[in-house]
Design a protein around this ligand. Structure first.
Ligand SMILES: [Zn+2]
Length: 200
């Protein structure tokens, strides 16, 4: 069980998106068609495992995670469009952040970079929601909100951090939003037969 949660902000960059952004993008749209990555417990477990998050026993959290995602997306969209944040969204994040009890611990001080960790009480792992809320809070505290953008394709909804030199990136991918291509292949699969889970 992964219990220790590092409290330092990760070194975000083009190849290392913050967890809260990956979480928000777990629901995005292809030309307006919802693409849900957390459609059931198995999908959630796979999503967590791919990010080295505690993946077992998460079935009961799916509803709460989707609710958290709505608040996180609302915050992301408001920041990306320069609108003030809504207290209810911030309170929802704060509530999740304050959920687990535990203790602070100091790790790795004798070799390499020391880190400050949160160690949830025995029997708890802090949960995925806590880690997402922590990631989002770290971003809110650290600033650089101007890097946060939404894909210029209004039917996409993908959020990203713009690390380009002049902050001119507009699309979720490097070649203009490729969603139209993705949509065509998505529709083709639907006309050919049922879409196999985990393939899209
Ligand atoms: Zn896009």
């Amino acid at each position: 069980m992964v219990r220790l949660v590092t409290l330092e902000k990760a070194a975000w960059g083009p190849a290392a998106e913050p967890l809260f952004l990956e979480f928000v993008n777990s629901l995005h749209w292809d030309d307006g068609i919802p693409m849900e990555e957390l459609e059931d417990a198995a999908a959630l477990a796979a999503w967590c495992a791919a990010r080295e998050l505690p993946a077992e026993g998460r079935e009961g959290e799916l509803g709460a995670l989707r609710s958290l995602r709505e608040h996180a997306r609302a915050i992301v969209e408001r920041l990306a469009t320069g609108r003030p944040l809504v207290l209810a969204d911030l309170q929802a994040i704060g509530q999740v952040l304050g959920g687990p009890t535990g203790r602070l611990s100091f790790m790795g001080g004798n070799s390499g970079q020391p880190s400050l960790c949160f160690e949830p009480e025995p029997g708890h792992d802090g949960g995925v929601a806590f880690r997402v809320a922590l990631s989002l809070t770290q971003f809110l505290v650290a600033g650089e909100h101007g890097r946060l953008k939404l894909c210029a394709n209004p039917g996409c909804g993908y959020a990203f951090l713009d690390f380009s030199t002049n902050r001119t990136r507009r699309w979720c991918d490097m070649s203009g939003c490729g969603n139209r291509q993705k949509v065509r292949s998505f529709r083709r699969r639907r006309t050919l037969g049922p879409v196999r889970r985990g393939r899209s």
